[in-house]
Design a protein around this ligand. Structure first.
Ligand code: CP
Length: 309
């Protein structure tokens, strides 16, 4: 397979196993490129990309921008906070105005689930979803599973537990799809109030006891509690949450094995994970960030090769 089955990256849900294999193979090549003294390739010299961020981001925004620059694309950056969205301009009008300046590809983060899907039906550009509300964050799941493959050799057959606020997490949903597609076993763990009803229908098992979940897994992906998406209280206090669901030295040392520790960031140190654990050798949190650039280069490169101009 030499090209993706899709023209946009809207969610892992729309990818095949072969698509992910192609993205990883291409990312392997770009990882080698970005470790060279000259980190840039001329591949996308004729492509213009707009990065539209309607929601805050550090890692994803910088990672996409760096990936685009490493591929020699022209880029424009848009942040809703300093734009005419504040004067009432709609999403379609905003994007069509940007596209009329001859933009080929749009990377978009938006607070509304499905915003990227909506856009792909109304504008003539390739769309990459950089996180849409509590729906999907496909490039995060790709870089997460790429990092598991790098550390453990393969994803198939590995046992991965995703811990924390599953209910509000686009990272959890995209990771579940990506891990299952690649043959991993997946468990979710958290307070009952933060586990979606019927989550088992996605082929995952559920555990509310962190120690049992950790004894089972090879990899623990720790998620942040997304207070910004909560309109009610889902647990009594942050202190009680940390008592039951925090990954710390004490609980890790009680296991008879080492596990790989992941976190998509941003980390709330001292809540879902302690600093000593986040910074330990078996934590691959900064590897995830580093791999994000190569994986995003691969996604952009493969989608750009499908653009008809
Ligand atoms: N992991 C992630 O999406 O981080 P940002 O919100 O900083 O982009």
């Amino acid at each position: 397979m030499s090209e993706l089955s899709v023209n946009h990256l809207l969610g892992i849900k729309y990818l095949s196993k072969e698509d992910i294999e192609l993205i990883f193979k291409t990312a392997d090549h770009f990882k080698e490129v970005i470790n060279r003294p000259i980190k840039k390739v001329p591949s996308l010299r004729d492509i213009t990309i707009a990065n539209l961020f309607f929601e805050n981001s550090t890692r994803t925004r910088l990672s996409f921008e760096l990936a685009e620059k490493r591929l020699s694309a022209d880029i424009v950056n848009f942040s809703a906070a300093s734009s005419s969205v504040k004067k009432g301009e709609t999403l379609i009008d905003t994007v069509n105005n940007i596209l009329s300046m001859k933009v080929d590809m749009v990377v978009m983060r938006h607070p509304n689930p499905g915003a990227g899907i909506f856009l792909s039906r109304h504008v003539n550009a390739s769309i990459i979803n950089a996180g849409d509300g509590a729906h999907e964050h496909p490039t995060q799941a790709l870089l997460d599973t790429y990092s598991i493959r790098e550390r453990l050799g393969e994803v198939a057959g590995k046992k991965v537990v995703i811990v924390g606020d599953i209910l509000h997490s686009r990272v959890a949903l995209s990771n579940i799809f990506a891990l299952k597609l690649q043959g991993a076993e997946v468990k979710v763990c958290g307070p009952k109030t933060l586990l979606p009803k019927h989550i088992e229908s996605l082929g995952v098992s559920v555990e509310t006891d962190l120690k049992k979940a950790l004894e089972w897994c090879d990899v623990a992906n720790m998620l942040r509690v997304q207070n910004e998406r909560m309109d009610i209280s889902y647990f009594p206090s942050t202190r009680e949450y940390a008592q039951q669901f925090q990954l710390n030295k004490k609980i890790l040392e009680s296991l008879n094995k080492e596990i790989v520790v992941m976190h998509p960031g941003p980390i709330n140190r001292g809540v879902e994970i302690t600093s000593d654990v986040a910074d330990a050798e078996n934590a691959i949190i900064l590897d995830q960030v580093q791999n994000g650039v190569a994986v995003r280069m691969a996604v952009i490169y493969l989608l750009a090769s499908k653009i008809n101009r």
